[in-house]
Design a protein around this ligand. Sequence first.
Ligand code: PGA
Length: 265
Amino acid sequence: MKKIARPVIIAGNWKMNKLRDEAKQLAVAVVNGVKGLEEAPEVVLCPPFTSLSEVAGAAAGSRVGVGAQNMEYRESGAYTGEVSGPMILDAGASWVIIGHSERRQYYGETNQTVNLKLKAAISHKLLPIVCVGETEDERESNLTDSVVKRQVAAALEEVSAEDLSSVVFAYEPVWAIGTGKTCESAEANRVCQLIRATISGLYNSKSLAELTPVLYGGSVKPANIEEILAQSDIDGALVGGASLKKEDFLSLIKAGQARQAVSAG
Ligand code: PGA
């Protein structure tokens, strides 16, 4: 296995699940689970906005990070229903997921809004997890590589090399999300390498690309995490369904810990 100084990140995207009490309970369980672990991976919990400050309170002072699932790129004003970067920070979160495929599919997000949101996140010093990935139709039409390359390049437009250092990517093939179908790990690794090669080309710097964490997401669960994390270019997981159950998520964190120990060793 490779030994590159990239962190292992296990992030839970709770999507539109959990009321505040349940969210707090799960956050406390995760915080307690991570407490005793040496070489713990970076753990990030992304609850709905309504539970953000509750979860941030539970995670305060621990090694568990907290993130929003989306953000508005403008700072304030007449944008009914939106939540801005300063509001996310004010709720106690320091991460934000940007361009999740459910946002792209159901809420009209485009490569352009993803770019605006990424630049806004960076300007507010939020740590962004940028999601890219092809649909089933695109995969069947052999468009995976061109779609992913375009998404990565568009997201990073006008993002400086210096700012890239805070950006995390997640390869999430849309057809593997919430479907129980995982992308074959070697193929997921190939696309994660492609993401890195795209970054390397954009910045004309192999070393910058080597330092950018790339996660995999799409039906990650305890039964497949080890194989996924054993891949050379996958640095962790963005997890939906399995992040909602304490036992499952803690077991993913333990797999991340084992991988972290190997990378550090
Ligand atoms: P899933 O979701 O783990 O439930 O497939 C992943 C995601 O949407 O980030």
